[in-house]
Ligand binder design. Structure first.
Ligand code: PLP
Length: 446
């Protein structure tokens, strides 16, 4: 007789037997089976509660189980679930108008996509069409999605297993991060801008369609831009007629304490790629926001972009409601306030935990870098560590989960990016669990 299994075990087994898992070896996956979510918490089928300290994949900004979104989705479904992108709906127009209000400058036209990667692919395509140039410049230690163009543009270890599939005409530049740069912050700004200018000269400015950068670095390690960096990049773009595409897929929609990450740097890009917090994961969706100047070119020319599910009415309805919730519930202000509280609490934790090497955060998009030794800054997991090589980090991650937390742990990093509804008590609750798990890393400090 087969041993009786708990409902949770059976659900997990079905998933392991019949589905594939992203970015991991298939054997040894140990997923949480989520029955439902409420606020900052997820619950499994056995009733165990997990505090979600990374808002899913830094996308569920309004928290789980918000019935206002469910209702908006159901209402739209009952009217019409799908129309082709050549038809229009009230929600599509209302959402476009709302996004134009939120976005600065003349970023007033929305092309709706399906996710982050499709926003990036369409941004790359449109930049090339508009400028008639072919090269895209982007940063090492960045992430823009897993489709071919977006993955090639990315610059973190996730692209290395598919290195042979790189798309042509992408060039990378380096922006070292302050924690691992020994020559002072002012020098970091000067040196990295000079290096970017040299690369542009070598590649030929007239060949470069766009520079693509995250509004605020996210899943590669939350590396902060030196103050003045994005402004200098904007000026370089202006000088050479290069478009500036800002990827706000992760940093957008309040995550950093402002609507968009780039707003901390006083610039206005030519295009914004969006997804994640636009619908907060209630439905898949994305958007490429384009300046009036770029859009005007297509008043009398064909815009060669298209997706069957562009401007999907039900996703538009979810996004509209989500945008209302950010405003109604003052979530962007809360992200800023809770981010400051989180920074303060982590400064206290540093005194107790020698394994915390660095803490980088803006609003609620934060990352703790663990090191074996604060002086040498030797990481617990090297760049491009394979899952098996992350011995200590894997133990820390397993402990975090056992204690009742879901959060994103990768390489030598623990990401902390709870939903923007989080309270001080919930931050304390989460940090207590992380503190307990950090004892494993502390014991390995040399
Ligand atoms: N851009 C950034 C900055 C991201 O963080 C991500 C996903 O994590 C993407 C693009 C890709 O988004 P998606 O996974 O929805 O394709």
């Amino acid at each position: 007789i087969a041993p009786s299994k708990s409902e949770t075990e059976e659900i997990i087994q079905n998933n392991l037997d019949y589905t594939l898992f992203s970015w991991s070896k298939q054997k040894g996956s140990n997923p949480i089976a989520v029955k439902y979510g409420e606020g900052v918490y997820l619950y499994d089928y056995d009733g165990k509660r997990y505090i979600d300290f990374s808002s899913g994949l830094m996308n569920v900004n309004i928290g789980h189980g918000d019935q206002r979104v469910t209702q908006a989705v159901v209402n739209q479904m009952q009217q019409v679930a799908y129309v082709t992108p050549s038809c229009v709906t009230k929600v599509r127009g209302d959402l476009g108008k709302k996004l134009a209000e939120i976005c600065p400058g003349d970023l007033n036209k929305a092309f709706f996509t399906l996710c982050g990667a499709t926003s990036i692919e369409n941004a790359i395509k449109l930049a090339r069409l508009y400028t008639g140039r072919h090269k895209i410049l982007s940063r090492y230690q960045s992430y823009h999605g897993s489709s071919n163009g977006a993955m090639t543009a990315s610059g973190d270890p996730r692209k290395l297993p598919v290195d042979s599939q790189q798309a042509p005409n992408f060039v990378h530049f380096d922006l070292p991060y302050a924690y691992r740069w020994e020559y002072g912050n002012e020098n970091l700004l000067k040196d990295s801008i000079a290096s970017l200018e040299r690369i542009i000269a070598y590649e030929g400015p007239a060949n470069i369609a766009a520079i693509l950068l995250e509004g605020q670095s996210g899943s590669s390690g939350c590396f902060m831009y030196p103050q003045g960096y994005l402004k200098a990049v904007r000026e370089i773009c202006n000088k050479h007629g290069i478009l500036l595409i800002i990827d706000e897929v992760m940093s957008g929609f309040g995550r950093t304490g402002k609507w968009f990450g780039f707003e901390h740097h006083g610039i206005v890009p030519d295009m914004i790629a969006m997804a994640k917090g636009l619908t907060c994961g209630y439905l898949p969706f994305g958007c490429l926001m384009v300046s009036d100047k770029i859009a005007a070119r297509y008043d009398d020319n064909v815009l060669a972009l298209g997706l069957t599910y562009s401007a999907h009415p039900v996703s538009c309805a979810a996004a509209l409601e989500v945008l209302n919730i950010y405003e109604e519930d003052n979530l962007i202000e809360n992200a800023k306030e809770m981010g400051e509280y989180l920074d303060q609490r982590i400064e206290e934790m540093k005194l107790k935990h020698p394994s915390i090497g660095d803490w980088r955060n803006q609003g609620l998009l934060g990352c703790m870098e663990l090191v074996k030794n604060r002086k040498t800054k030797e990481p617990f997991a090297p760049f491009n560590a394979k899952p098996d090589e992350m011995v200590v980090m894997n133990k820390v991650a397993a402990k975090i989960k056992e204690l009742g937390m879901y959060t994103f742990v990768r390489w030598g990093f623990i990401f902390i990016a709870p939903p923007l509804i989080v309270t001080k008590d919930q931050i304390d609750e989460g940090l207590e669990l992380i503190s307990e798990a950090l004892k494993i890393a502390d014991a390995e400090v040399v």
